[in-house]
Design a binder for this molecule. Structure first.
Ligand SMILES: Cc1cc2nc3c(=O)[nH]c(=O)nc-3n(C[C@H](O)[C@H](O)[C@H](O)COP(=O)(O)OP(=O)(O)OC[C@H]3O[C@@H](n4cnc5c(N)ncnc54)[C@H](O)[C@@H]3O)c2cc1C
Length: 604
């Protein structure tokens, strides 16, 4: 079983040496207290909580899973106590305003927390994670009374939150939402309908649960323009214990994340309160989604990291045959797996995705901090600017990192051979748990459409790719004559040119053939993920090289390992991007020509 160990060295490398969070925090209105000492203390305390309390419940939670009895969901043994420890430590309000009981620190610290907790035990981390979305929505779109009522217990963690979007007939196409909201004389609404797949819909960790619900007013226009957003608490404030007509009808039986309660929620004349304006519910929800999607992107690296923490020691211990280059451990019966090239390939892939993905997320975390600054400084233009920058990164992070996290979790299982398939080693659980990440918070397909259709083509006509790829070009030009960094620089120049070429070609074809956006979207998303990760590996390699020359906080072997992993990524993983580029440019015909009735001649 992998036992979670916080990767503090890698986190510190990124925080201090690659992204210089100390300088970044000095630019933020809420960054004053985030001094290096404070950040170090937070990371250290979080590591203890995750290693000693949350992580050890990962496998037992999977084995036991959640139970529903008499309309009440109970979480696995130990979850309640661990959650209480989390609340007592004030962790839920780490990045939320002090006026509601939070610590008011920058959002990036919340993302570091999400990463650590999620890697230690993703299903556990989902309970507080969902609450964060509810808190952000109320903070941004709630009125003063709603903020005063809900934000303090949510920030303290004594109440939890959910997001209730999905219904049996729709998850992606929320224009089909049917849940009804009937206005009442006192300004509240009666909410009636069924939501499915609701994470943390019910549980025994908090005294109340605040549901954020999409529903439709009686005369609302059809489709997405007729959806409003409501707060529907499990218990109305001041009436804890008295049902508000919201119950968990059943728990979904599912492949993984078994300790996370996925609920069918029945709303039967439940009292709710509108957030934001009538029929603008989806717009409010979108702010909610950007932060939620970065949180889910963390799931990709969480599983990559934990899988690596399981497969690396196994590859060093398990012995099989002799290395092709000659015996490595002549006194032993055979050499360890780690000496075989194919096993090293699988290990290095995990390392490259976990560390490369972490760099991508930490970079995005600085954008998220800047976006929140816009709110704190009441500067709408600043907020919009950073929200839009983040909006380009979000589908790439969510789509690419969750797909790659799943792929390398599978590689980790493969390192164990048949033993990976057996429950005892805990690797199959990681694969099962990783699978959901590409589905919820918008499937990979939807991330691809969001990226290519909405962000790249419609909103910016390729400008967002031009802007981001400038970073690759700048690196490439600057280090093309640097003997250590030339190989990375040269590849970044090629990738930057190719990324822009792809964008322009797809834009031209899509102007005449609209199906192009959908048929190209997956390959474009994956290409963009590789391109972005290449930049962050080059950046890490540059910093590692500099630290090797001038001295850094870590031993020289750490920096050498960074350079070796960068080499592996550029030589053995990046070529996959080429296939995606080719695929993205192919005409739509081969995908679209087969008539639906001809997909099979043997069955419907
Ligand atoms: C464990 C779990 C937890 C969840 N937690 C929550 C939660 O807390 N709250 C909540 O509201 N929901 C939650 N969900 C629901 C989840 O967000 C949805 O399942 C997801 O958004 C996909 O919706 P769907 O299942 O209806 O699939 P569909 O929308 O039916 O999609 C099916 C397939 O078609 C593709 N597709 C659909 N439309 C298009 C298109 N226009 N172009 C190209 N491809 C398309 C999709 O990419 C997908 O591959 C959860 C789901 C699970 C399984």
């Amino acid at each position: 079983m992998p036992t979670y160990k916080a990767p503090l060295r890698d986190m510190r490398f990124l925080i201090n040496e690659v992204f210089d969070f100390e300088s970044h925090y000095k630019t933020l209105p809420n960054g004053e207290e985030a001094t290096p000492d404070m950040v170090e203390a937070i990371l250290g305390e979080l590591a203890k909580l995750c290693e000693n309390t949350i992580g050890p419940l990962y496998h037992s939670g999977d084995h036991e899973s959640c139970k529903l009895e008499d309309g009440q969901v109970t979480t696995p043994k130990g979850y309640k106590e661990a959650y209480q420890e989390y609340v007592a430590g004030g962790w839920q309000g780490l990045s939320h305003p002090a006026e509601y009981g939070g610590q008011g620190l920058p959002m990036s610290l919340g993302l570091f927390k999400q990463e650590m907790m999620g890697t230690a035990n993703w299903p556990f981390a989902m309970y507080p994670g969902l609450s964060l979305g509810a808190m952000n929505t109320i903070q941004l779109h709630g009125d003063e009374e709603q903020k005063a009522t809900y934000l303090t217990p949510l920030t303290e963690g004594t109440w939890a939150g959910t997001m209730c979007l999905t219904e049996p007939q729709c998850g992606t196409d929320l224009g089909q939402v049917k849940t009804k909201a009937e206005p009442q004389a006192d300004g509240s609404y009666k909410i009636t309908g069924t939501k499915i797949f609701i994470s943390s819909g019910d549980h025994d960790l908090t005294e109340n649960i605040v549901h954020i619900v999409l529903a439709r007013l009686p005369d609302a226009p059809k489709g997405t323009k007729g959806i409003s957003l409501f707060i529907v608490p499990k218990y109305l404030p001041g009436k804890i214990g008295e049902s508000n007509g919201v119950v968990c009808g059943s728990l979904e039986k599912k492949m993984g994340i078994k300790a996370s309660a996925t609920c069918v929620m029945n709303f039967d004349d439940a009292t709710g309160f509108m957030i934001g304006e009538e029929n603008k519910g989806l717009e409010c929800m979108f702010t909610f989604m950007n932060s939620a999607r970065i949180g889910t992107a963390c799931q990709g690296i969480a599983h990559a990291e934990l899988a690596y923490q399981g497969s690396l020691p196994y590859a060093k211990e398990r012995r099989s045959m002799r290395a092709l280059s000659g015996k490595k451990d002549p006194d032993a019966v055979a050499d360890a797996l780690i000496h075989h090239g194919d096993v090293r390939r699988m290990l290095l892939k995990q390392k490259a995705i976990a560390e490369g993905g972490r760099a991508m997320i930490y970079f995005a975390a600085q954008y998220a901090d800047n976006m929140i600054s816009g709110i704190l400084e009441d500067d709408k233009d600043k907020y919009d600017r950073w929200d839009s920058e983040l909006g380009f990164l979000t589908p790439i992070l969510k789509g690419f990192l969750t797909e790659k996290g799943l792929e390398v979790a599978n590689d980790a299982m493969q390192v164990f051979g048949g033993h990976g398939y057996i429950k005892e080693h805990g690797m199959e659980q990681i694969v099962r748990d990783a699978r959901i990440a590409t589905l919820y918070e918008g499937t990979t397909g939807i991330q691809g459409l969001d990226l290519l259709g909405r962000k790249v083509l419609l909103s910016s006509r390729g400008k967002c790719v031009r802007d981001f790829s400038k970073k690759l070009l700048d690196f490439g030009r600057k280090y093309l004559t640097d003997s250590d960094l030339r190989p990375y620089a040269w590849k970044l120049l090629k990738i930057a040119a190719e990324w822009n070429y792809l964008t322009t070609r797809i834009m031209l074809v899509a102007a005449k053939d609209r199906d192009m956006v959908s048929t190209a979207s997956h390959d474009f998303l994956m290409y963009s993920g590789y391109a972005m990760m290449a930049y962050f590996w080059a950046l890490q390699a540059k910093v590692a090289r500099d630290k090797l020359e001038n001295g850094g906080n870590e031993p020289k072997e750490f920096y050498q390992a960074k350079l070796a992993t960068a080499d592996f990524f550029f030589e053995r993983m990046l070529p996959t991007a080429k296939g995606h580029a080719e695929g993205a440019l192919k005409p739509t015909k081969s995908t679209m020509q087969l008539a639906p009735e001809h997909f099979s001649f043997d069955y419907e």
